[in-house]
Design a protein around this ligand. Structure first.
Ligand code: HDE
Length: 716
């Protein structure tokens, strides 16, 4: 038994509290650890602009309870003696554990996995003829928060799965929040929102075993889309390279629905919103996407966060396609209310109206990215909705889901959701009410609060729903005959792809259907492919070992839309990753010169050395032969002096994978021995050899402008 007098008795002479091991003097926030900083990048757009991470450290001197009492010890619960039972009166223990127990909130029912960042939108001012939206006035700068996401996976799922991507932007305008809740695919699976639970239940994991996670390669998904043929257009986009983006920075965004714009004279137009990335639209190859699921499940999130931290701020132009607001709401035979149809850019030009510039990572993921609540009904003066039946359902779904997810009706008071415009509503009380409302009359009309607040008129910039005449007709559960065509635009998409993109689509269908167990589902989907294109159907059927069905629908002859292809063009290299393989014998002047040139071009060099540590000249080796893989690189360089290591199995794998994934490879000096060891032909397309390191880099950079070396055969 221990002597009771050993214990601390407050006020008793000579009695001291037990000694604590840790320092108790407060100090300034610690500098970030080396491995918390992003890669060093210099770019034309702004160098190392926001690298000060100390501001993200916890602030304040003393640890306290949630009501501000300073705490002396948060490591030991209050017990009856050092080895005795814990006392119920330990309020801090209960508060700490209880708060922890409630840290999680329900994840989003769809789009659970995402990453959001802050930025600014600057209007070009040329949208005045069609909309009076205040934030689109010339030169107007509006703060924004954009959240990118996958659709099917849970919050902890991998980034690079084959899926649609969300691209939702909240504009904190002077006239209230405007949310453009978009996707990276311009059409949707269904035409009527009532089917949303069906398509999502089919795409989510099977309910019995809850597998597979974040995938469409399973029976229930293909069962639904093959039975529900209006999904075929969206599905072929998923099976294309659009389903596996290289980066969130390299994706287009689409508002999908047709919106109604209203100008200052009260005239209306119909319009579709587009986001066009300055870096071009680029994809992974499927093998990379699969490998990244294990190698770096956070690949897209890391890519965006690192680029922003390094000053390589991604940018998109907001563009609109404008159509006359006719009673039919049709354009060139396309029903503008059908969300499974796009309007080819060749028929209606996308006119840029402003620039999105994303420049700041969130300081707290949960507070901002997780708690942001988008809503398609958050509209501003000058932008209104149409009768698209998908959009109509979305108008009530978002607030409904947020009531549960964010725990009550006051989620717009959460800082990330708060408008920057003044709020003067009459909503009161409810869970998580943070406001201390004044006045006694939260109702209208009132005299007790002087009649305040008043209705705004049109001249006071009120949002007024446009009084569109309603089409006459009986109450019905039907849809228009103009929604009946399910294949012509899937065929338009297929015919607009380059040969290598078509090859990828065939491979994707073959993979996904090959993962299904039910033959009948594979056969039914082959029937759908026969209605899209005979070659597509034949090649997939061959892979599945199944007979080729005849089409059951007449095949149309749509003109291809070149704007739908991702191949072609030259794009800026900002934030692209260049691996440089070195060995102890590599001349470091060359390596240093190449590394600097990569920096200067706005790209990120990654030195790959036999082991970790620094090179003789102090250059950090960011990857070792064991940790480097092609999947995180856009191009590979092999330096002179690596001959002795050419047959290292990791170097061989690195060269082979980089080659197979269609990326540029440059070698100088004795670097070609690495090519030989990997069985890569030094004269193959996209393989650059030479004596001068800088000349090799220059050629490799030119190749990277086209994203990949498309001439190389990419195996299925
Ligand atoms: Fe959504 N969608 N959606 N959706 N959606 C949600 O709202 C819904 C649709 C989109 O980063 C949910 O707060 C229905 C089309 C994005 O927080 C939910 C229908 C498009 C995001 C919901 C659609 C989208 C969501 C889940 C068919 C592209 C993520 C969590 C009528 C134009 C936003 C939440 C973020 C999220 C419902 C169809 C885009 C359940 C009912 C079409 C980018 O309310």
């Amino acid at each position: 038994m221990s002597d009771q007098t050993d214990h601390y008795v407050p006020g008793a002479p000579g009695s001291e509290p037990p000694a604590l091991d840790e320092p108790t003097e407060p100090r300034a926030p610690l500098p970030p650890k080396a491995d918390q900083t992003g890669p060093d990048v210099r770019t034309a757009t702004g160098a190392l602009a926001n690298k000060d991470q100390a501001v993200n450290a916890q602030q304040g001197e003393w640890l306290t309870t949630s009501v501000g009492a300073r705490l002396r010890d948060t490591d030991h619960s209050l017990k009856a003696g050092p080895r005795g039972p814990t006392l119920l009166q330990d309020h801090h223990l209960r508060e700490k554990i209880t708060h922890f127990d409630h840290e999680r909130i329900p994840e989003r029912v769809v789009h659970a996995r995402g990453y959001g960042v802050h930025g600014v939108f600057t209007a070009y001012g040329n949208a005045d003829p069609v909309t009076c939206a205040d934030f689109l006035q010339k030169g107007r700068e509006t703060p924004v928060f954009t959240r990118f996401s996958t659709v099917l996976g849970s919050r902890g799922s991998a980034d690079t799965v084959r899926d649609t991507r969300g691209f939702a932007t909240k504009f904190y305008t002077d006239e209230g929040n405007f949310d453009l809740v978009a996707n990276n695919i311009p059409v949707f699976f269904i035409q009527d929102g009532i089917k949303f639970p069906d398509v999502i239940h089919a795409g989510k994991p099977h309910p019995d075993r809850e597998i597979p996670q974040a995938q469409s390669a399973h029976d229930t998904f293909w069962d639904f889309v093959s039975l529900h043929t209006e999904a075929q257009h969206h599905t072929i986009w998923n099976m294309s390279d659009r389903g596996i983006p290289r980066s969130y920075r390299m994706m287009e965004g689409f508002g999908v629905h047709t919106f109604r714009l209203v100008n200052a004279a009260g005239e209306t137009s119909l319009a579709k919103f587009h986001w066009k990335p300055k870096l071009g639209v680029h994809a992974l190859v499927w093998e990379e996407a699969q490998m990244l699921g294990g190698f770096d499940p956070d690949f897209h999130r890391r890519d965006l966060a690192d680029a922003i931290e390094a000053g390589a701020f991604p940018e998109w132009e907001l563009g609109i396609q404008v159509f006359p607001d006719t009673p039919e709401q049709m354009f060139e035979g396309i029903d503008l209310l059908d969300p499974t149809k796009l309007v080819p850019e060749e028929l209606a030009e996308v006119q840029p109206i402003g620039l999105l510039h994303l420049n700041r990572n969130p300081s707290n993921y949960f507070a901002e990215t997780e708690q942001i609540a988008f809503h398609v009904g958050n509209l501003v003066r000058g932008i209104d909705v149409t009768d698209d039946p998908l959009l109509q359902t979305r108008l009530f779904s978002y607030i409904d889901t947020q009531l549960t997810r964010l725990g009550g009706p006051n989620f717009n008071q959460i800082p990330i959701n708060r408008p920057h415009a003044p709020v003067n509503d009459m909503f009161r009380d409810g869970f998580h009410q943070d406001a201390d409302h004044r006045g006694v009359a939260p109702y209208r009309p009132n005299s007790l609060d002087g009649g305040c607040p008043f209705h705004a008129g049109v001249d006071d910039k009120a949002f007024v729903e446009f009084p569109v005449p309603l089409p006459a007709g009986p109450k019905t559960r039907e849809q228009a005959a103009s929604f009946d065509d399910h294949y012509s635009q899937a065929r338009l998409f297929w015919r607009s792809m380059s040969p290598v993109e078509q090859e990828h689509i065939i491979a994707a269908y073959s993979f996904e259907l090959g993962k299904c167990y039910e033959q009948v589902i594979k056969q039914r989907q082959l029937q759908c492919l026969a209605n899209i294109d005979a070659t597509l159907c034949e090649k997939v059927a061959e892979q599945l070992g199944l007979p080729v069905p005849e089409p059951t629908e007449p095949l149309t002859e749509p003109d291809p839309s070149p704007a739908l292809s991702m191949v072609g063009g030259t794009w800026p290299p900002d934030g692209r990753m260049v691996g440089i393989v070195v060995a102890p014998g590599s001349p470091l002047e060359d390596v240093g010169a190449v590394r600097s040139a990569v920096f200067e071009a706005g790209m990120v060099p990654l030195i790959i050395a036999p082991t970790g540590g620094v090179l003789a000249d102090g250059t950090p080796g960011q990857r070792s032969y064991t940790t480097a893989r092609s999947v995180e690189l856009d191009a590979l360089l092999v330096a002179n002096g690596t001959d002795a290591h050419a047959a290292d199995p990791h170097v061989v794998l690195l060269v082979q994978e980089t080659f197979r994934h269609g990326k540029a490879i440059g070698v100088w000096g004795d670097g070609p021995s690495s090519l030989a060891a990997a069985g890569v032909d030094g004269s193959a397309p996209g393989v650059v050899t030479g004596d001068s390191a800088l000349d090799v880099l220059a050629e490799v950079s030119t190749l990277m402008g086209g994203h990949r070396v498309w001439e190389r055969h990419l195996p299925r």
